[in-house]
Design a protein around this ligand. Structure first.
Ligand SMILES: [Zn+2]
Ligand SMILES: [Zn+2]
Length: 288
């Protein structure tokens, strides 16, 4: 059994009830992968029932702040939830570049505070983030392996943000692809092909209210439009489409239907979830 839960469906724009971008994938046998760490991720993980010390690794798609700003909170909470005699580092995997640099430095300003807290609570070391870098390329590349589970990455199109990657988790129970932030592009389609679930960022251009975005065209260029998502998901044979990073955020069921209709019009007729925070999908072995 594998469980995919959205820890945040938001964007840089503040919206009540929508935490910053993130997805947690829990796999039978104790593997817990968190993808991106936006605002509120740590709280959402706890609400989803995840014990922070159980996190196997954190994966970052790119260095936009909405995907990373929750990292210091997660790292320090991961540390404080461990027994005092334990002080395992939080493992983090990121494309070589600014996201990895930020992850290596994000705890620096907190060292005096952590030293004080460690001494006061009998902890053997301060919180640490152990960063593994990989080179983002145009080929699907394995970046992490644990038993029968493999995580791969590929470069996607989110210029001027370089590098930006999509991920794919392959397990005996099935596969999950995670778009990160990107325009729909051939590399995204390749890594999403045959996935049981595609967690996909979504830009609903025709629903953008006047004044929400200063330059909708510029946003459209580096995000995924619904018509492009629908065409791609159909070609790629995606099992279930889970839309997140929702621009604009749906205000209610009617707005969600608007997202789904445009996906269907573009040719994808599988199940579509226009996600709220903590929406979850389970993938059983027999669904492979
Ligand atoms: Zn974003
Ligand atoms: Zn971004």
């Amino acid at each position: 059994m594998m469980r995919v839960t959205i820890t945040g469906t938001g964007t840089p724009i503040m919206v009540p009830g929508r935490a910053g971008p993130g997805v947690v994938v829990q796999i039978d046998g104790g593997t817990v992968f968190q993808f991106d760490v936006g605002r509120g991720t740590t709280l959402r993980l706890t609400e989803a029932g995840v014990k922070l010390p159980d996190i196997t690794a954190v994966f970052v798609t790119h260095h936009h702040s909405d995907h990373l700003v929750g990292l210091s909170d997660l790292a320090m909470s991961h540390w404080l939830e461990q027994q005092p005699e334990q002080s395992d580092a939080l493992r983090l995997v990121a494309p070589d570049g600014p996201a990895a640099d930020i992850a290596e430095r994000v705890l620096e300003p907190w060292q005096p505070e952590m030293t004080l807290r460690a001494a006061h609570t009998g902890r053997s070391a301060n919180a640490r983030i152990e960063v593994t870098r990989f080179e983002a390329t145009e080929a699907i590349t394995p970046v992490f392996a644990s038993g029968e589970v493999t995580v791969s990455a590929i470069q996607v199109r989110h210029e001027p943000v370089i590098p930006a990657v999509a991920y794919r988790i392959d397990t005996p129970a099935g596969s999950v692809a995670i778009s990160g932030d990107t325009a729909v592009c051939p590399n995204l389609e390749r890594i999403a092909t045959g996935a049981s679930v595609l967690v996909q960022e979504a830009f609903h251009r025709s629903a953008i209210p006047d004044g929400l975005l200063s330059d909708p065209e510029a946003i459209a260029e580096y995000h995924s439009e619904l018509s492009d998502i629908g065409e791609m998901a159909d070609r790629a044979g995606v099992g279930t489409l889970m839309l997140t990073h929702l621009i604009p955020p749906p205000q209610g069921p009617e707005d969600k239907v608007g997202f789904v209709n445009e996906i269907k019009r573009a040719g994808y007729h599988g199940p579509v979830v226009v996600a709220d925070d903590l929406d979850t999908i389970g993938i059983a072995l027999h669904e492979r």
